[in-house]
Design a protein around this ligand. Structure first.
Ligand code: ADP
Ligand code: MG
Length: 277
């Protein structure tokens, strides 16, 4: 399978008009693989219309947190609510951009098909995409500056182009919440700039974006609020309050000097990624 889509369900509870429900609420969440807990007692609440960064070292549980929000991993205790309902009732409101490595890029489809597949949750599995659907798919490819590549097999795209196609796929879903796992990992500067523009456009439309991020140098520039994660939530709140050296030290367990150097190396081009020393 190309990538297990969480959108293939017809359930879609109506959103209450103007209700002050948080887009995502996580309560007492604990997740374990086998007997080893990897998320412990997580409490979070996100604000609508914000870009939220999830930051922490490799193995901190960032991807697991994203997957728990999307019911892709079972929780040992606690719950997640999307606008006050379980994910299953809100799945069409949530667009997911998975970590690029988790996708089978040899799957024989072109870029436009990948985007159309993102719309199946809305179209229903058995309806053929209409002209209008194709038009929407092309519009979404245009938003990520990939118009010229609609007919290209995804295996023949660069890493940055693949990432943009998957962003277009999520955009085609026309969700209210977007959840992305390391959207900037391994992409070139042009792709990063293009993705940042799309995220800001989403915010301007009042949508909520939660993105796992590994580059401490751009955290303040990109995100309105942060979750600093390492098994537990170390800190959560507005970036201006939470992004402090003490909080980062607590999150990264005192390895920040190494991280500072790694971050500097990444800024200069090349060098190790922050959470993959
Ligand atoms: N499917 C899995 N089975 C067992 N252990 C896993 C699985 N996925 C992740 N883990 C472990 O859970 C921890 C958190 O992983 P992950 O959520 O991927 O962290 P991050 O995304 O922050 O790097 C790590 O120790 C990882 O090895
Ligand atoms: Mg991860």
């Amino acid at each position: 399978m190309l990538f297990s889509s969480p959108t293939a369900d017809s359930s879609n509870a109506p959103l209450p008009d103007g209700a002050p429900l948080p887009p995502i609420e996580v309560h007492d969440l604990t997740v374990a693989y086998g007997r080893k807990p990897v998320l412990w007692d997580i409490d979070l609440e996100f604000n609508e219309g914000e870009l939220v960064g999830v930051v922490g070292p490799n193995g901190a549980g960032k991807s697991t947190l994203i997957k728990a929000m999307l019911d892709l991993v079972p929780s040992a205790s606690g719950w997640v609510r999307i606008y006050g309902e379980p994910y299953a009732a809100r799945r069409k409101q949530v667009g997911y951009v998975p970590q690029r490595e988790s996708v089978d890029w040899d799957f024989p489809v072109n870029a436009r098909d990948v985007v159309l597949m993102g719309m199946y949750g809305r179209l229903g599995w058995f309806r053929r995409p209409s002209r209008k659907d194709h038009h929407t798919a092309d519009e979404c490819l245009e938003k990520v500056e990939m118009s010229a590549y609609g007919d290209r097999q995804i295996s023949q795209l660069s890493g940055g182009q693949q990432q943009r196609v998957f962003l277009a796929r999520a955009l085609a879903q026309d969700a209210r919440i977007y959840v992305m796992d390391e959207p900037f990992a391994g992409v070139d500067a042009a792709t990063e700039a293009s993705i940042v523009r799309v995220l800001r456009d989403l915010r301007a439309e009042g949508k909520t974006v939660v993105a796992v991020h590994h580059d401490l140098q751009t955290v303040e520039e990109y995100f309105d609020s942060l979750v600093l994660l390492n098994l537990r939530v170390v800190a959560n709140g507005p970036t201006s309050e939470v992004f402090t050296r003490d909080n980062l030290l607590a999150t990264y367990g005192g390895r920040l000097t190494i991280l500072d150097r790694a971050a500097e190396a990444v800024r200069r081009g090349g060098g190790p990624r922050i959470d993959r020393p």
